[in-house]
Design a protein around this ligand. Sequence first.
Ligand code: ADP
Length: 172
Amino acid sequence: MSRIEVMQGDITTLAMDAIVNAANTSLMGGGGVDGAIHRAGGPQILEECRKIVARQGGCPTGEAVITTGGKLKARYVIHTVGPVWNGKAKEDELLTRAYENSLRVAVENGVKTVAFPNISTGVYRFPKERAADIAIGTVQRFLEHEPSLEKVIFCCFDAENLALYQARLSKS
Ligand code: ADP
């Protein structure tokens, strides 16, 4: 059975070991999924983000950091920063790295089940089809050599992303 699943819904409600946040480099919260996670998880998440900022000055695009899940059902939030879409080739690479580094941080922290939002496809305007290809390809390649991860869920918020992921995953 595939370890990759797709669903439509609100990622803040999921009982996974970790959920991934599409954060920004400041780690100080924002709109979209970032705002939803901080609202649902409570102030403890931002407190830990502040400590990370004090230590390393934010989170560069393509990197990932981990905090508590606060009041969420998820034990951890993995904050990653996807690229803002400007139509340049390096943005594919940065989105790939956002997924890879999130998975690496998950494994380093003993996470077995993790859910991703559709990183960069909201305010950051990354084309949804292109982002879905990158997200699925990167997760599939990572899982090939990482047996400790039991489940990766793509939690799509909108119907358009859901359809893109379903079409791709039914073929693989
Ligand atoms: P980015 O700045 O990386 O584009 P956004 O938060 O604007 O981040 O959007 C990323 C994706 O998260 C979008 O597809 C958006 O529809 C989705 N999203 C927004 N709220 C939620 C939520 N509560 N759960 C899951 N996905 C969400």
